[in-house]
Design a protein around this ligand. Structure first.
Ligand SMILES: [Zn+2]
Length: 457
């Protein structure tokens, strides 16, 4: 029963070469688990474990800091997943948010008409039988839901397909309550949903995902310049803030006929995944498309009057957007490194050792506190140190196994610093601080430890 359920739901292709190691590490070390696993799972659903939750929060906070808090021309907001369904009529999603699907005439499975490889792969499963497909038909990828409990009073609504729409519907409220002028950016991080047929590749393509979006409102005519500026700011985030290797990042200008229904120009950012280059972020010129449609359908006044020229207009919008789950996958892959045993012979192992070389600000655990032995004369000062460090950083305490093994466990999850309490500590009131990347060890007085680590983290 369980297995049947699993087979029915898991329309997932094999994970591409190079992904297996990350998938396995992520599960083994508490980053990412298969969703609802005790019930046989659910295709393309993943749970972020304790370390995954820390990691995506760190990525999300870094984004918020750079795109909201460090800019005087951007403010944030937090809208609901379910909005008035009219929002999605105005935005064009009810009409245009579609995938072209074809149906296999043998088994009636529906697949994306524009994904040639998947169609070919499917045809092969029918082993030599000639597979024919129906003509492509458009299926809406908005997730439908119903509000209300009584059958005949149920109102059809949608789970949001993007977070951007709150920024359009609340544009005037934000502008006035915050006493802002154009140019003005409004940003939001949250879940969005797409009832897609094509899913897979671990957390890369899922039906629900976290996106970080920014709508930058400007006067018409200033859009091309703003587009270039945000594109540069966006690239800077990937390389300088997230620390992704330059050679693993590229930008791709979308051809005019590949643009979303609202876009005048779109440039996507691609990451070099083991399954090929694919999108992690984008930037679109949405023009005045959304605001104009909301004005038309709602009758609300969403135009802007310039306080100096007194000219009134409907603003243009530049939208940098980021898929945070995909970015988390890119961050994990980029940080993953393997080397031959490097921890010294007493702990030499035969398999390669894994180090996640995460940027310090992204590492889920910043410091591990390790008493050399389980004797109370060491664990007691170690726990005191832990208590003190936890006021500033996410820490982990580990007293089991050889010290070499414990270092390796921390390397595997990307912990930048290990603090070891040994028998010398009792005499010199000092500990050893080990650096993940250089493996250098330094003796630091306990009284100076916080200051020392603050300079590093
Ligand atoms: Zn078939």
């Amino acid at each position: 029963m369980k297995n049947n359920q699993k087979n029915k739901n898991s329309k997932v292709g094999p994970l591409s070469n190079g992904m297996e190691k990350i998938v396995s590490l992520a599960k083994r070390r508490g980053f990412i688990f298969p969703g609802s696993e005790i019930y046989g799972g659910l295709a393309n659903s993943w749970d972020y474990g304790p370390l995954g939750a820390e990691l995506i929060n760190n990525i999300s906070n870094l984004w918020w800091k750079k795109f909201v808090q460090q800019r005087s021309d951007v403010v944030g907001l937090r809208g609901p997943i379910i909005m008035n369904p009219k929002v999605w009529e105005a935005s064009g999603h009810v009409k245009n948010f579609t995938d072209p699907l074809v149906e296999c005439k043998i088994c009636h499975i529906r697949l994306r008409a524009d994904k040639q490889t998947e169609l070919k792969d499917h045809a092969e499963t029918h082993k030599g039988k000639e597979v024919t497909w129906t003509d492509p038909k458009n299926f809406n990828t908005l997730f439908e839901t119903y509000i209300g409990t009584v059958e005949d009073s149920k109102l059809k609504a949608y789970l949001r397909g993007e977070t951007a729409q709150t920024m359009f519907t609340d544009f005037k409220l934000v502008l006035e309550s915050m006493r802002k002028k154009l140019p003005l950016g409004i940003a939001q991080i949250g879940k969005a949903f797409r009832n897609e047929i094509t899913t897979g590749n671990f957390i890369f393509r899922t039906k629900e995902f976290t996106i970080a979006e920014l709508e930058y409102f400007i006067a018409p005519g200033e859009d091309d310049k703003a587009f270039e500026e945000w594109l540069e700011y966006q690239q800077n985030f990937f390389v300088s803030d997230l620390g992704l290797k330059k050679e693993n990042i590229k930008i791709v200008e979308l051809p005019k006929d590949g643009l979303a229904h609202y876009s005048k120009r779109t440039v996507d950012t691609y990451y070099n995944f083991p399954f090929g280059w694919d999108e992690v972020a984008g930037i679109a010129n949405r023009t005045d498309y959304d605001l104009k449609n909301h004005i038309e359908l709602s009758g609300a006044n969403l135009s802007y009057k310039d306080p100096v020229s007194e000219k009134e207009f409907v603003p243009y919008v530049i939208e940098p957007t980021f898929g945070l789950d995909r970015i988390m996958l890119a961050v994990l892959l980029d940080a993953y490194s393997e080397s031959e045993a490097r921890s010294g012979k007493e702990d030499a192992v035969h398999e390669n050792e894994i180090t996640l070389r995460l940027p310090k600000q992204l590492a889920p655990i910043k410091i591990a506190v390790l008493p050399l032995s389980k004797k109370e004369e060491l664990t007691q000062p170690a726990l005191e140190i832990l208590n003190n460090l936890q006021k500033n950083w996410m820490c982990q305490y580990d007293e089991t196994g050889s010290i070499g093994k414990r270092y390796r466990r921390q390397d595997e999850i990307g912990t930048p610093y290990c603090v070891t309490v040994d028998f010398e500590t009792i005499n010199d009131q000092a500990v050893t601080v080990r650096d993940r990347d250089t493996m250098k060890q330094e003796r630091i007085k306990i009284s100076e430890l916080v200051v020392y680590l603050k300079a590093l983290l």
